[in-house]
Design a protein around this ligand. Structure first.
Ligand code: E4P
Length: 215
């Protein structure tokens, strides 16, 4: 499974990239707003850090507007992927953009029917939102399992990005379910590095090392 980072914070992206674990970035309007910086400026900076798919989201609700925004964003860098919300207008935009060779990530997917439609329209990626389903008492992971199975049944090439990840277990279970990618907040990437037995192990090795006779 590939790991993307889910943030628009360039310091977090730079740090995670230095660990050698991420190969893409996803942003959304809320993540961009948190940075208090110009959208295009941030996206350009991200393309200088990570050499992989970088999702940037459109804000228009009509397909003509989405297509216009997408064409402009796609000019920024070859790695830009256009994030399009899962609506009928979004599907129309995906159809046109995929014919133009512009990659798309259909976002705000909450059912396998939505994922299937996005794939049929030509989406490069679909982003089912695990955590937000869990938040309303539904089983987000079951949605990932369903989409994996449906795409496998029909040899659909659209890649599944497990999104709205809240903790390391989401990443582990999404990997077990067969999601192609998980897009992970920096805080969760950090949590993934940790285990109490690792810390105890290091402490013990260092203590024992003090007993080794030194010349
Ligand atoms: C996905 O690409 C989204 O940016 C993200 O995963 C949304 O997650 P949230 O539910 O934590 O906002």
């Amino acid at each position: 499974m590939k790991l993307f980072i889910d943030t628009a914070n360039v310091n977090e992206i730079r740090e995670a990239n230095s660990w050698g674990v991420i190969c893409g970035v996803t942003t959304n309007p809320s993540l961009i707003a948190k940075e208090g910086r110009d959208f295009v400026e941030v996206v350009k900076e991200i393309t200088d850090i990570v050499d992989g798919p970088i999702s940037a989201e459109v804000i228009s609700l009509d397909h003509e507007g989405m297509i216009k925004e997408a064409r402009e964003l796609a000019k920024i860098h070859k790695n830009i992927v256009i994030k399009i919300p899962m609506t009928i207008e979004g599907l129309k935009a995906v159809k046109v953009l995929s014919k133009e060779g512009i990659k798309t990530n259909v976002t705000l997917i909450f059912s396998s029917a939505q994922a299937l439609l996005a794939a049929k329209a030509g989406a490069t990626y679909v982003s089912p939102f695990l955590g937000r389903l869990d938040d309303i008492g539904q089983d987000g992971m079951y949605l990932i399992e369903e989409i994996v199975r449906i795409f496998d049944n029909y040899g659909i090439e659209t890649e599944i990005i497990a999104a709205s990840i809240r903790h390391p277990i989401h990443v582990e279970k999404a990997a077990l379910a067969g999601a192609h990618i998980a897009t992970v907040p920096f805080k969760v990437l950090e949590q993934m590095t940790k285990h109490p037995l690792t810390d105890i192990g290091i402490e013990r090795f260092l203590k024992d090392w003090e007993k080794v006779p030194k010349k």
